[in-house]
Ligand binder design. Structure first.
Ligand code: HEC
Ligand code: HEC
Ligand code: HEC
Ligand code: HEC
Length: 180
């Protein structure tokens, strides 16, 4: 009997550790909250580049004729409402309510938002923290690499063909301009 409890304890404890190692439970705020500081031309207008790119349009993609055709083949009634599609097409969709910051603005419609790649932003988005890369990382900021992309760009995606990081990154990049 005792052994079972010990195992259960180890299971719960180690289980929760592995989750927190990835994102320590920070809350999500949505792209609108990043916009205020990341939209100016001189800083690299990351918000505007994202807004024009494929990730901000990932929910629109689920309403396309192609999406409806894929869904039909899989017996899914509405891809824009089905977790099997939403899990990669919307940051918002798979979050439990407690992961949404009360003053945040993250919505289903914003598709693959900043925080799917950069980590939940409630704690790092303050200017004082953002200015210091190490502090920002300690508060949940992720500087994403190829591995982050492959969470979604993989063969589980019904339209997946291949993923070449350099080629794909080039299409979505939003660097800060070189300081002169
Ligand atoms: C209050 C203003 C402010 C807000 C809000 C803000 N940022 Fe920042 N962010 C900054 C500043 C300032 C820097 C540092 C820029 C520099 O050093 O040139 C920065 C840097 C960054 C960097 C680059 C880190 C590095 O050094 O490579 C990323 C990535 C980033 N922010 C993402 C986000 C995301 C995602 C959000 C929304 C969740 C967000 N920021 C919200 C001000 C802000
Ligand atoms: C594992 C993550 C993942 C899942 C699950 C997923 N998708 Fe996608 N989807 C992607 C990615 C990544 C792309 C970008 C193109 C590519 O490489 O497949 C994409 C692209 C698409 C496109 C093409 C969009 C365009 O602009 O051409 C359609 C349509 C689509 N998905 C529909 C669906 C439907 C319908 C479902 C549910 C049955 C679904 N997806 C489930 C990740 C996913
Ligand atoms: C949370 C899931 C997710 C992550 C993480 C993600 N993507 Fe995507 N990506 C998508 C979906 C969904 C689409 C399809 C959206 C559409 O077509 O409107 C897409 C589309 C794209 C496209 C357009 C593909 C085309 O056929 O035109 C590029 C380029 C891209 N992603 C690059 C990247 C890169 C680079 C990374 C990592 C830095 C990344 N993505 C991370 C979900 C994701
Ligand atoms: C699909 C994944 C993805 C999404 C979505 C995304 N980013 Fe990024 N972002 C990246 C990658 C990859 C880099 C480059 C990281 C590096 O320097 O190695 C980056 C870099 C940055 C930088 C640093 C630029 C520099 O040159 O130092 C800022 C600032 C930033 N992103 C802000 C944002 C904001 C704000 C949003 C939403 C409006 C956003 N990103 C959405 C993947 C993403």
């Amino acid at each position: 009997m005792k052994k079972v409890f010990v195992r259960l304890f180890i299971f719960l404890f180690v289980g929760s550790l592995s989750v927190f190692a990835q994102d320590a439970g920070h809350q999500y705020v949505g792209a609108q909250k990043c916009k205020s500081c990341h939209k100016k031309e001189k800083d690299g207008k990351q918000y505007l580049i994202w807004q024009e790119g494929p990730h901000a349009k990932a929910m629109e993609a689920l309403a396309s004729p192609e999406a409806l055709k894929i869904a039909k083949e899989k017996g899914i009634a509405d891809p824009a409402k089905d977790p099997a599609c939403l899990k990669c097409h919307s940051t918002y969709a798979s979050l439990k309510p407690e992961r949404l910051h009360p003053k945040g603005k993250l919505k289903l419609e914003e598709g693959v938002s900043c925080e799917s790649c950069h980590g939940p932003g409630a704690d790092y988005k303050k200017k004082k923290i953002m200015k210091d890369l190490e502090k920002a990382k300690a508060n949940g900021l992720i500087i994403p690499d190829e591995k982050v992309c492959k969470n979604c760009h993989n063969s589980e995606s019904p339209t997946f063909e291949s993923f070449d990081f350099d080629k794909y990154y080039d299409k979505i990049k939003h660097p800060r301009p070189e300081k002169k």
